[in-house]
Design a protein around this ligand. Sequence first.
Ligand code: ADP
Ligand code: MG
Ligand code: ZN
Length: 619
Amino acid sequence: MKNLAKNFLIFFLVFVVIIYAFSFFTNKGQQPETVGIQAMIDQINQGQVSSVTINGDTLNIKLANGKEEAVQKESGETFSNLVKNFGVDTSKLQKVDVQVKENSGLDLLMSTILPFLIPFLLISVFIYFMMRSVQGANNRALTFGQSQAREFGQEKGEVVTFKDVAGAKEAKEELKEVVEFLRHPKKFQELGARIPRGVLLLGSPGTGKTLLARAVAGEAQVPFFHMSGSEFVEMFVGVGASRVRDLFKRAKKSAPCIIFIDEIDAVGRKRGAGLGGSHDEREQTLNQILVEMDGFDPNTNVIVMAATNRPDVLDPALLRPGRFDRRVILDEPDLADREAILKVHARKKPLAKDVSLRRVAERTPGFSGADLANLLNEAAILTARRNKKIIEMSELFEAIEKVMLGPERRSRVLTDEEKKITAYHEAGHALVAHNLPHTDPVQKISIIARGQAGGYTLKLPLEDRHMHTKTEYLEEIAVLVAGYVTEKETFGDVTTGATSDLRRATRLARKLVTDFGMSENLGPRTFGEKEEMIFLGREIHEQRDYSEKVAEQIDQEISSFINNAVKKAREIVEKQKAKMEEVVAALMQKETLEKEEFEEIVGKKIGKNDGPGIEIAGV
Ligand code: ADP
Ligand code: MG
Ligand code: ZN
């Protein structure tokens, strides 16, 4: 709209200029006074006229006193005829110097061509500007097939180096080699070594894949073409492939360089697995990537990096040698890594002297790099909101919970009845967790709503664990159903508050049976093939590889796991009735209990102090 107005203005200005120029040409300076034919005849008869110049249909008259006049005659009528008809005095006329002036080229143009030309010109100008206003769209259409990769040269933006990536030692080690390739390709070529073409970064979201790719470019000091897999996919078939071609062309021109395709699973899914048109487009795009990667001259110093968190869905063709044959795995950060990541992100933040990032790291198992960066940011925001100048431990701890569970929702007012139910429910989770030997110690109990949960009990493992036993899982299920059991035991009724607990318990029980092969009755086998399929935008996961009869047995097993857990939880809840009342009273009064306050009531936790990862049991 704005463009159109602007174009219209320009059009208008051009119009004015043309009109002005036109009038300028025709005027040619001072215009003599125009008089009528009869007046001219009278002047001739009186002998006042010294000369008449016939200029087309205009008669320019020069008077004896030096004055000039102009007379318009009828076109086609000759001067002599005209004066005769008006009855001029012939003797007087003879004294007048009559000249016929040949129309000059310019005059001819003015008088004959221009009147036709002007509208034509105006129309062309108008059309030109109309075209211009749609040109923007045209331009876009023309560049549609070009890649929109962003290029990060080393001068633009801030350079990321390996120093900015904490932890991930193995990954960095692998990638240092890539940096070497980019920096000193000769060294490797002389030995006949084939420079790797593709490096695939694998890791869950937020583990620093994108960051690491940029760091490689920063270390090698080469251009970095960044494009996301989804950017290849457009509505029209063939666009993605054309973009791929364009991207590789650009990259080859500025070799040595890195092409980084983020979230490659958007285009690199297994081919031929889906239905519908969008899939054809993806396949073509993927094919083009494969073709381009194969088409590289071995000495072209372009390395293609790609990142995904779904290696399982990638097309096998992407993974064969000569393509993404190097795989770099980014694990979830462990305790030391978490501390290091926190340190990197705390560099520009003022921390109080007593802040121990180690303790923050201890409290954040399962956090990814992105979560940790977010945590420090939240802590800084909290500090600013409290008008403090330095970030202290309390803000950091609060930020942990905020990142983990969402913001506190103090505005959600519970009635006294609801509060009481929530307190019993959470106390149930906490007490059962406390009294089972293989669960994680309780860190915090709260009946303040947070995120989705009405209240929560936070348990944290003491160390990072990668393996878990069946016993741990069974105890975990008992903790999950403990809220439900307590409500039932105390009030003889249950609320909707236990819904998500029960869903999680059921899901975990199903996993034990179908994925982990931990059911005695069904034996050590898994059930269901996890198959990726896109159907109407939804991923259908499971493919049954077992019979109806077995399905029934699986259901029975799940139910028996849950029932046993309920039985176990009920035993503890019944035995701990007195403690339960104390915890509930404390919760009703303070709303949150920290680990120390909780242990003051129930004593130190017995048994082994770790369990299956971080578990939060919401109401
Ligand atoms: P993804 O693996 O999903 O691509 P990113 O690379 O985008 O993750 O990471 C998101 C953010 O998390 C980064 O911008 C960075 O701030 C932080 N981050 C992740 N891993 C690390 C790490 N190892 N060291 C420092 N910061 C990290
Ligand atoms: Mg990423
Ligand atoms: Zn619960």
